[in-house]
Design a protein around this ligand. Structure first.
Ligand code: C2O
Ligand code: CU
Length: 556
């Protein structure tokens, strides 16, 4: 196995990813950042220099389980102190599983500022994959706001509440196209009083991404989403896609025209370039699951030898209906583990945790809660507090494993008068089998229930089932898929529905489980699990330095 050393400089720069000029977080001058490629079993070392000037940072390696290196998970507040401006931090971890993964900022709302990228892990040499293709290409999907993440964060915590709203653009590999005629003529910050245009449709930075294909060849497209808010439908005009991988697990192949992808998910699809090669085709992303107010994202599926920048003359195909929950649910259910390539789940759980997802107000602020608790991170990271047995860092009591779902009307406007902010965490018995049932409900808006992609750090989980309505602990487990459930790290919770997952608590450390919508996460839609802390190795001192681990705290 090899070691790959990457030196990354993280800073703010003015860029125009969708033609609109604003501050963007870059890694070595780029957003999305460089793709990390490695072979299964290799070690990745990233020496990250925080050159943001006035802001802390941390980077999470999304989908990498961090066996033996829980302190490299990059979850600020859970596994490390933030990296201060001017300081460097070294992440070191093994990529133990082949597949498509991602990385992104995990401090405040930095993911939404463009601090993101892909990780591609190929199988150990000699291990064949259960499908073949000629070329391997990757696509990172995001949505994009013109407001800064500071504006967004302040709005979300203000009374009255100011929501981030729908994004201005959808980006495909960091490129989109905003309609510059919508921009006010007042010079924006960073435009030198107007000497540099605020929005420039001719900027090379917002020229659409173009994927060149040769007729007759088969392409593996690795598609990941790190959208802040949007659930995205991805399609290629005139072409079908065969889904073969999800979050690093092989999928029993199925064919689709529209791939629905939630923030935090990755897929591989096989696409055969089998259409008349006399022209280019559109590659389109569109918003689903929320009423769209964002134009579709466009890129070019370029058949060689047509010019890669020539727009197809056809109009881009429209995506599916945004509110077609049933078809999204059926895609979720269609994703099964590939025959011959999966590990079956334990047949029974040792513990079942049901999490009721609600929106509520705490001291006038809008929050999201699980079983009436909205997570507020302590100033000392959980991993450090647990390993060093520091007292008084977080509420010692565990959050409840259940609330009474029978007496809660998930179709009624959320009342939740008892919701509170809390830093409590779940302690899991090492190596036990844990089921989590996510229960969705109405928000504080009448007749509204949202989709939430839930992401677990440090583990893959089996997706046992999805249901509509209120979960019934006597009836529903009988219908769990215990035969060929897919293993994923991110799973959608559908409006007014429930999702059940199972995992083994086999990774010593402290791990986030949260909604991957950046604003929901920021509003407390998260829980933390800890397991096997006694087995965690010696913590590097670089993860400390904040909260109760300040070096000279007796002087302060
Ligand atoms: Cu990709 Cu904690 O998130
Ligand atoms: Cu959410």
């Amino acid at each position: 196995a090899k070691t790959h050393l990457h030196k990354w400089d993280v800073r703010y720069e003015y860029k125009s990813p969708d033609c609109y000029r604003k501050l963007v977080m870059t890694i070595n001058g780029r957003t999305p950042g460089p793709t990390i490629t490695a072979e299964q079993g290799d070690t990745i070392v990233v020496v990250l220099k925080n050159s943001l000037g006035t802001e802390n940072t941390a980077i999470h390696w999304h989908g990498i389980r961090q066996f033996g290196t829980p302190w490299s998970d990059g979850a600020e507040g859970v596994t490390q102190c933030p990296i201060l401006p001017g300081e460097s931090f070294t992440y070191r971890f093994v990529v133990d599983k082949a597949g498509t993964f991602m990385y992104h900022g995990h401090y405040g709302m930095q993911r939404a500022a463009g601090l993101n990228g892909l990780i591609i892990v190929s199988p150990r040499l000699g291990l064949p994959e259960p499908f073949t293709y000629h070329h391997d290409r990757s696509i990172l999907l995001t949505d994009w706001y013109h407001a800064s993440t500071f504006d967004q964060a302040v709005g979300l915590s203000s009374v009255p509440f100011v929501f981030v709203g729908e994004p201005q653009s959808l980006l495909i590999n960091g490129r989109g196209e905003y309609n510059c005629s919508l921009v006010a003529k007042t010079p924006a910050p960073g435009t030198g009083n107007g000497s540099i245009p605020t929005c420039n449709s001719n900027s090379p930075e917002c020229a659409p991404f173009s994927l060149t294909v040769v007729h007759g060849r088969t392409y593996r497209l690795r598609i990941g989403s790190l959208a802040s808010l949007s659930t995205i439908s991805f399609q290629i005009e005139g072409h079908e896609m065969t889904v073969v991988e999800a979050d690093g697990s092989y999928v029993e192949p199925f064919v689709t025209k529209n791939l629905i992808i939630y923030s935090g998910e990755t897929y591989s699809v096989l696409v055969k370039a089998d259409q008349p090669p006399t022209r280019n085709y559109w590659l389109v992303t569109s918003v689903v699951a929320r009423k769209p107010a964002t134009p579709n994202g466009l890129a070019i599926f370029n058949y060689y030898p047509n010019h890669p920048r020539r727009n197809p003359r056809t109009s881009p195909p429209a995506g599916p209906q945004w509110n077609d929950t049933a078809s999204r649910l059926s895609q979720s259910r269609a994703i099964k583990a590939r025959k011959g390539y999966f590990e079956s789940p334990p047949q029974k759980p040792d513990r079942v945790i049901e999490l009721l997802n609600t929106q509520n107000k705490i001291n006038g602020q809008f929050k999201w809660s699980l079983n009436n608790l909205s997570l507020a991170l302590p100033s000392t990271p959980y991993l450090v507090a647990l390993k060093k047995k520091l007292k008084g860092v977080f509420d010692a009591e565990q959050p409840p494993d259940q609330v009474n779902l029978d007496s809660y009307d998930i179709y009624d406007v959320a009342k939740n008068v008892n919701a509170t902010s809390s830093s409590r965490i779940y302690s899991l018995e090492f190596n036990s089998t844990v089921d989590i049932v996510l229960q969705n409900a109405n928000t504080m808006t009448p007749n509204n229930s949202e989709s939430h992609p839930w992401h677990l750090h440090g583990h893959d989980f089996w997706v046992l089932g999805y249901g509509e309505g209120t979960y019934d602990s006597n009836r529903d487990p009988q219908y769990y898929n215990l035969v060929d459930p897919i293993m994923k790290n991110t799973v959608p919770l559908h409006p007014y529905g429930w999702t059940a997952i199972r995992f083994r608590a086999d990774n010593p450390g402290a791990w986030f489980f949260h909604c991957h919508i950046e604003s929901h996460f920021f509003m407390g839609m998260a829980v933390v699990f800890e397991e096997g802390i006694g087995m965690v190795g010696r913590l590097p001192s670089s993860v400390m330095g904040c909260g109760k681990t300040k070096p000279h705290r007796s002087l302060g």
